[in-house]
Design a protein around this ligand. Structure first.
Ligand code: NAP
Length: 318
């Protein structure tokens, strides 16, 4: 009988919790840790469930067909699969798509949009300096909020933002028609959208095409005083360029939840810049209970009906 391996780099207690929940949800399937699989048995493994694995650890299983991540972002795995090191591995990669995760992201998008719209960083600073000063009130209908991406995270966020009447735009690879949202695509579309943005939110996957998409050239397309958030992957923004544009006053504030290196090193100047809000990658944490059900259901559907879950397009890298 085919078996499943769980490959991760998690702390031991977290690993054991995932294992327990997955085993309960998978019923008759046999889910093993790599150390529970002898070298003679590695060929019996055709499926792997992964949580931030070291990509080279997948090479041990020659019959591997499907790798299912319990995370939504799988950029490290995608770039490894495209590299020389893992080029021999012919697998389908499935990432977590969990409506609960999209709701958490939408909550974060709304929370930090309000934080920026209602001048919360400035009022926190004013309190620290005992400064009583009322800043101009801006209604949500006047605030132009633009999202990079129109996928699972972005669409749910747009739904929530619509309820507060923000002026909404989004940008994605393919053309789309979205009710109540101006949609843009292509580099000219990006330029047009950024020029009419007060708050920009990145919800793009990290790929070779989105790497450093926001640099001195594209960030300069934003109007002076624009604010931004990055909730997807750190490397989508060139941090040096961002800091320069913050120093010049072109960018008024950045809320960053994701970084090139995590945890953010103590030496980073982002920690102490009062125009930067640093969050420890918390905008949409995986919910183990719902994630386990989704992963188990897709594996059971594959085993019983041969139905493959939606897989990543490795050419597009997302
Ligand atoms: P998704 O459903 O795959 O959506 C990706 C969106 O990005 C799509 O709209 C796609 O365009 C667009 N896109 C991709 N490449 C593009 C390009 N080169 N130019 C323009 N648009 C491009 O992904 P998702 O589920 O929304 O997740 C997005 C990212 O959020 C994940 O990859 C992950 O990195 C991040 N994330 C972060 C957290 C956190 O806690 N911070 C939690 C979960 C996820 P099309 O629609 O045209 O295909």
């Amino acid at each position: 009988m085919s078996k499943i391996v769980f490959i991760d780099t998690l702390p031991n207690t977290t690993r054991l919790k995932w294992l327990q929940l997955l085993r309960e949800a998978l019923g008759n399937e046999i889910l093993l840790l790599p150390e529970e699989i002898d070298d003679e048995d590695v060929y019996k493994i055709d499926l792997a469930i992964v949580a931030n694995p070291r990509p080279r650890d997948l090479l041990r299983y020659p019959s591997l067909k499907i790798v299912h991540s319990v995370w939504a972002g799988v950029d490290k795995l995608v770039s490894a699969l495209k590299s020389e090191e893992l080029s021999g591995l012919k697998i389908e990669l499935v990432r977590l798509v969990d409506p609960k995760l999209s709701v958490s992201m939408a909550e974060s998008v709304l929370a930090w949009t309000l934080y920026l719209q209602r001048h919360m960083p400035e009022y926190a600073h004013q309190q620290a300096t005992k400064n009583w000063r009322q800043l101009p009130h801006i209604n949500s209908e006047q605030v132009r909020v633009s999202l990079l991406g129109a996928g699972e995270m972005a669409l749910r966020s747009l739904e929530l933002l619509k309820k507060l009447d923000y002026r909404l735009s989004c940008w994605s690879r393919k053309p789309k028609q979205l009710e109540g949202v101006n949609h843009f695509c292509g580099i000219n579309g990006l330029k047009t959208m950024l020029a009419q943005t007060d708050i920009l939110i990145s919800l793009l996957p990290l790929t070779s095409r989105t790497y450093q998409l926001l640099d001195k050239k594209t960030l300069a397309w934003l109007p002076a005083g624009a604010k931004l958030m990055n909730f997807s992957r750190g490397a989508i923004i060139n941090t040096t360029d961002l800091l320069r544009l913050i120093d010049s006053g072109h960018i008024a504030h950045a809320v960053l939840d994701v970084f090139d290196q995590e945890p953010l090193p103590k030496s980073s100047e982002l920690w102490t810049n009062e125009k930067v809000t640093v969050l420890p990658h918390i905008s949409a944490p995986t919910n183990k209970e719902t994630a386990v059900r989704i992963v188990a259901d897709s594996i059971i559907a594959y085993r019983t009906k041969g139905v493959l879950p939606k897989c990543l397009d490795l050419n597009l890298e997302y």
